[in-house]
Design a protein around this ligand. Structure first.
Ligand code: F6R
Length: 364
């Protein structure tokens, strides 16, 4: 059941501190402050490339993973949505591996992409919430997200637990390739260990996010901006908002604004800026100022330092916990979910069963 919640989606958002913790326990040894993965069919030290394929929100988890694996593990990553990948006949390196990500394990395009990769001689790793699924049976190893059943059509806790598993994979890959030392692994592991408590703090902003969502619900178009790992979170924010509230939303890399979308900015288009304090913060800050200069109304998701620096330029700001930038995308996923949820409730849509959508897309 939904417990005290009006919708499964809200119940599943609220479960995130617990299920992130459950998933971490399966992959992280908190005493040794080390990642522990099950035996893999590939040698992470030796692969030349990882190809990540998925659909929708699972694809956006893969997008964050690409940034992580390239940055901390120095592993080249190819990323595509499954419906394109399955038909584009990409050459795949013999010493590469493929990673598929799926909540249901039944998504037809992701399964077809997996079969293509296998036919190309690739070993396949799968990040799945339902290991006893078709994709689970076809894969060489399953890394299990312990999100529990996800009923709401919009993926929430499956996404953040996918990020947790992918973060663990990125750290293990970095270690195997000698790209990080034991001390950095311990720091990253500690940052991950703190995510459940920080996620619970983020949920405390629910009432304020609801107020902001009531304003967003009156708009026809919304933009989400971010850089680095905040870019896929911006895309996820836009995906969540459009699928459940039917408000047109787009996610953009903040630096790409001036190549077109800035023409859309006026005081009717709220711009949600996802910007934790990280090495790209100042770049995003100048994009935020460009939006302001054109009369755009900014909703700013940042931390204490970011809000001290730029909060005055925003119509509204949400202060998220200060964390190692590595784990920030896991936490910043939560306010974009809550914003979409409350906007959808305000619009009176069927939040758990949005029109035209199915929980598991078993046809292409
Ligand atoms: C968005 C959403 C979809 C799924 C996509 C993949 O909220 O739920 O975009 O993420 O259909 O589904 P799975 O993960 O089951 O392969």
């Amino acid at each position: 059941g939904k417990g005290n919640h009006a919708h499964f989606m809200m119940k599943e958002i609220a479960e995130q501190p617990a299920v992130i913790g459950d998933t971490l326990q399966a992959f992280l040894n908190p005493l040794k402050r080390q990642i522990e993965l099950p035996p893999l069919p590939i040698d992470l030290a030796k692969i030349s490339q990882l190809t990540i394929v998925a659909c929708g929100t699972a694809y956006l988890a893969g997008f964050v993973a690409k940034y992580w694996l390239e940055r901390i593990a120095r592993l080249p990553v190819e990323l595509d949505i499954a419906s394109e990948f399955r038909y584009r006949e990409a050459p795949m390196p013999k010493d590469g591996a493929t990673l598929v990500i799926s909540q249901s394990g039944e998504t037809a395009d992701t399964l077809a992409a997996l079969k293509y990769a296998k036919a190309q001689g690739q070993k396949v790793l799968a990040v799945l919430n339902v290991p006893e699924s078709t994709i689970g049976r076809e894969s060489d190893v399953v890394l299990h997200t312990l999100a529990g059943p996800e009923i709401g059509v919009a993926s929430t806790k499956a996404f953040t637990t996918q990020l947790v598993v992918l973060a663990a994979l990125a750290i293990a890959t970095a270690r195997a390739r000698g790209a990080i030392d034991a001390q950095r692994e311990a720091e990253l592991s500690t940052a991950l260990t703190e995510v459940p408590a920080r996620a619970a703090e983020v949920l405390n902003h629910d009432a304020r996010l609801k107020e902001i969502a009531l304003k967003v619900a009156e708009c026809r178009d919304v933009l989400f901006l971010g850089r680095g790992t905040s870019y896929p979170i911006a895309l996820e924010g836009a995906l969540k908002l459009k699928e459940i509230s039917y408000i047109h939303a787009e996610g953009y890399a903040a630096g790409e604004m001036k190549h077109g979308p800035i023409a859309l900015i006026d005081d009717n288009v709220p711009v949600i800026v996802v910007a934790p304090s990280d090495d790209l913060f100042e770049k995003t800050a100048s994009n935020l100022q460009e939006v302001r200069a054109r009369g755009g109304r900014v909703i700013f998701f940042s931390d204490k330092a970011g809000i001290a620096r730029l909060g005055d330029a925003a119509m509204a700001a949400i202060e998220l916990p200060t964390v190692d930038p590595f784990v920030a995308p896991i936490l910043y996923a939560i306010p974009v979910q809550l914003l979409a949820y409350h906007a959808a409730v305000a619009k009176g849509t069927d939040v758990d069963q949005p029109r035209n959508l199915a929980k598991s897309v078993t046809v292409e």
